[in-house]
Each structure stands twice: as structure tokens, then as C-alpha cells.
Design a protein around this ligand. Sequence first.
Ligand SMILES: Cc1cc2nc3c(=O)[nH]c(=O)nc-3n(C[C@H](O)[C@H](O)[C@H](O)COP(=O)(O)OP(=O)(O)OC[C@H]3O[C@@H](n4cnc5c(N)ncnc54)[C@H](O)[C@@H]3O)c2cc1C
Ligand code: SF4
Length: 506
Amino acid sequence: MDRTIHADVVIIGSGAGGGTVAASLAPLVAQGKRVLLLEKGARIDPKQLTGAEVDSAALHYAQGGAHPTEDRTVTLAYAEGLGGSTLVYTGTSMTPPERVIAGWNLPGLAYSDVVERTAKFAVQNGAAFIPDELINENNRLFQKGCAALGREARQFPINVRGCRGSSLCNLGCPNNAKQGTAQVQIPAAQALGVEVVTHAEVRSLRVGGRGGILDVVVDDTPHPHGILGEWPAGRYVIHAHSVVLAAGAIHTPALLMRSGLAADLPAIGRFWTCHPAHILAGEHDHAISGYVGHPKSFVWEERVVAERYFLESCMYFPFVTAKNLTGFGPDHERLMAAYDRLQMILVLACDDALPEQRVDIDEAGNPVIRYKLMPRTIEAMVRGTRAAAEIFFAAGATAVHAPSARPTLIERSENADLNTRIASKLFLPGTISVSAAHFMGGCRMGITARDSVTTARGQVHGHDWLFVADGSLFPTALEINPYLTIMALADHVAEAVADREGHTAA
Ligand SMILES: Cc1cc2nc3c(=O)[nH]c(=O)nc-3n(C[C@H](O)[C@H](O)[C@H](O)COP(=O)(O)OP(=O)(O)OC[C@H]3O[C@@H](n4cnc5c(N)ncnc54)[C@H](O)[C@@H]3O)c2cc1C
Ligand code: SF4
């Protein structure tokens, strides 16, 4: 038999959005409110993390980190566990660009307010520049290549406390040094009385009672590195006065769709976007050992407005590197044999948020991502690949692997020929590994229910009990790493929830 639970506020999902809302609303508990945070994944015990690449990916990520889009041209990486994707993020802590937030043109969402809130979370998460002496060779080469070309590589803050330079950030930090919601916001919320329930998946929601009613399944399957859930396994019906949906930009729209809300809100799932990305590798004649030290500290973003891409220093372990190199045979083998001598750069493209790019659901209610790489986006990735190849060679690389070149390995002697060697006509979607980890849209903020899902305060149009507080709120791509902006928006939404509850948020 279903168990029935009553709460004032229920938050669904514990990542950058949900974990933040939990902390912001925690003072409500002292004012007599019951606040629940429901997370589908497990609470991961960092002490049990081994750093083994394939096992760690399977443990943290949905579909091993490679949830395919419907046409299988892009794989999507996101985590499921207490902390959401902050469990595996790198910790790059960026302030959003004014042109993007101002371009959203949302009354009640001022750029200055978003910046103030991102600054608050940057401090909370200990974001700071890595000291010069700890910057590893892979990052130095990025700086060096940019400087030789007269380009300004900007260092960004990283949110770590006590980092031991194991480079395992994307596999779950075994040293508990990286600061995500599981380290910062959720413990703070729990200390003030927010109840956290893991292994709890919300299957659907509907209007009813004093606000909303949720159908929840609590699972007791043990997670190999996780701690058992707080509630006995079974089905639960939870009545809540206010519900905050923060299941991420894939699962939030999917949950609203399988709950039948799209009939009145046609924008649910639509205007979905991401930063499609490529890993590029440059071979050097000396050891780089990019897997020692913090992996990532620099961005070059001077072309983001004109050419719709930006480049970041990056490092990936052998399995992901091998998967991302295009082609087979001797060239692939040569690069993998040179793994210790590889410099790596990530090209990230920005595309338009279009109504036809969307999250949909299949017959079982699972998300299907109907997202296509558009010609403009492909052109951006190709331009970014050329710019990265220039940086590799300027830093001293002897050869560069470019997925949109044939053959894919470009020798140093061909350096002058990059415009013809790397070309859009060679970028054949489906034959080139493209992945994304920054998902935005699907429940975009806006003014009307015709072309948006929520108000600028995250309240779903026509449903005063229901709020969204995650990456799905973004009306367009952020054009920079998004987690701090998601936290800022979630904090903004939490104030609206507290208003509804007749109280004040933190
Ligand atoms: C490998 C990687 C590296 C990244 N690096 C950076 C970086 O350096 N800097 C940066 O700014 N961003 C980075 N990001 C992106 C950033 O982590 C995400 O944008 C951010 O965490 C998204 O926040 P969110 O709240 O929208 O969703 P998430 O953080 O994904 O959280 C959603 C949560 O909801 C849970 N959930 C889903 N469905 C349900 C349900 N039905 N019931 C209950 N719970 C549910 C999920 O299990 C998950 O825990 C990275 C992402 C990845 C994957
Ligand atoms: S590099 Fe630092 S933050 Fe990243 S996993 Fe290692 S100790 Fe953790």
C-alpha cells in the first residue's frame, strides 16, 4: 500500500539547482515548515571512490555518461546521485556574461542581481584561482600557445578546498576537495532541519490538496559506493504546498510532460540547448602528464560572439580520450601510445535555442532528446578546431588530432594549411564524437505560457504551487560554464517559494 506523507515544500533533485534551493529554504524549518529534498540517486561515499575510469563513470553517470540524443550524433553526460552533476563537474566557476542575461530581457531578473548571487555562491564554494606553482604542464601549454598567438587565455576560479591534484574531478573527487552541493549546500540545509531522502524518484506530479501531489518510488537497491536510502522501499504519495522541480534540464521537462502539463504549456521541453563539445589532442615530444594536478584552469573566449565557440584547457582519462579520437587503426594507436605526451583542449560551441530542439518522452515516459547539430553549430566547432590546432602548434606540438580533418592527424609541416585540412564538409555528424555536459532550456523563463514555461521567478505559468529551479530555466545558451548561474537562479526562485510560504529565504 502507498504511504502518504505531508510536507510544506518538496524539492525534486539535489544538483546545482535543487541543492541550492534546499539551503536557501532551510530557515523555513525553524519557522515550522517541513521541507523535503528528494533525490533519485544515492548518497555517494567519497572514501570508497577508486578513480578507476570505467567503473567510476558507471557509478556516477546516467547511461555511463553517454546518454545519446535521438539521432545519436551527440552523447550527454550528467550524474545521478546526491549532489547531481556537481558530483562530477570540474569546478570551473564562471560569472555569466552580461550580454546573455540582458538578452533574456526578463522583467524582475536584473544582471546585477544574478552577478551578486553568483558571487555569493563562488565564496560559499571556495572558488579561487589555482596558485601559479600548481598549474600543470597541460594548462601551461594552453597559456603558452595562446600567448604566442597574441590571444588572451583567461584563468578562471576553481571551487576546491584541499585539492590534492589527482585530476579525478569528472570521476568523483575521492578527496572530497571539490565543492559541490553534496559538500556545501546540502549539509548546511540538513543542519537546519531539511530532510534529505535519497533513492527517491518522483514519477509524476499533479495538482491537488493544498498544492501538488507527487507519486514517488523509493528504491532499496544497494549502490556499490553509496549509502542506503533513508526511507523504506516502496511507493509514496507526497502532498506538498509548494513543489520545486530541479531534476536537471533533461528530467525536469520529461517529468512535466509525463505528468500531462504540456497540454497547456506547449513550450515544455522546447528551446533546449547545450554546448556541444569536442576533445582535441596535440602530440608533444616531451611528457605532459596532464593527469597530474588540477585538470583545468584556462579559457579563451574572444571569438564567442563573432564565431560562436570558446576553448578551454582540459584533460580526459584514456577511455574517454580513445572514444573521442575519430577513426581507427594506426593514427589512433599512435596517439593513444603517446597519451602521456598529449596536450588537450576542449572546443565548446554555442547554438541557438530553437523550438524544434527539444526534450520529448517515449511511451514509458523516459526522456528522448530530439536535438540536431545545425550547420551553424558545425561551422562553429570547425572554426574552434582550427583555432585549437593553431594553439597546439604555437605551444610546440608535433602533430594535432582534428576530428574534422582527413586524415585526422595533422603534422606540424601542414600547419600553414589548417583552413583546408579542417573543414565543415569533413564534419559528418554520427562519425565524429561530440559530447555535451551543459544542458540549458526545456522550461525556459519568459512572459507568456505560449512561448515559455515559467515566470522570471521560476513559477510555472498557471500553477502557483509549482516552481522550476535548474538549468532548464535558461531561455538561451549561457555561452560559458553554467553551474554558478544555475545556483544564482535557484536562489532567486527560492525567494519566490519562501514568499508563497509566507516566510523569508536565507
Ligand atoms: C563532467 C561534467 C563536468 C562539468 N563541469 C562543469 C564546470 O566545471 N563548471 C560548470 O559551471 N558546470 C560544469 N558542468 C555542468 C554542471 O554540473 C551542470 O550544469 C549543473 O550541475 C546542472 O544543475 P541542475 O540542477 O540543472 O541538474 P543536476 O546537477 O544534473 O541535478 C539534477 C538532479 O536531479 C536528480 N533527478 C532527476 N530526475 C529525478 C526524479 N524524477 N526524482 C528525483 N530526482 C531526480 C538527478 O539524479 C540529479 O541528481 C559539468 C557537468 C558535467 C557532467
Ligand atoms: S584534482 Fe583536486 S578537486 Fe579534482 S579530484 Fe583531485 S583532489 Fe579532487
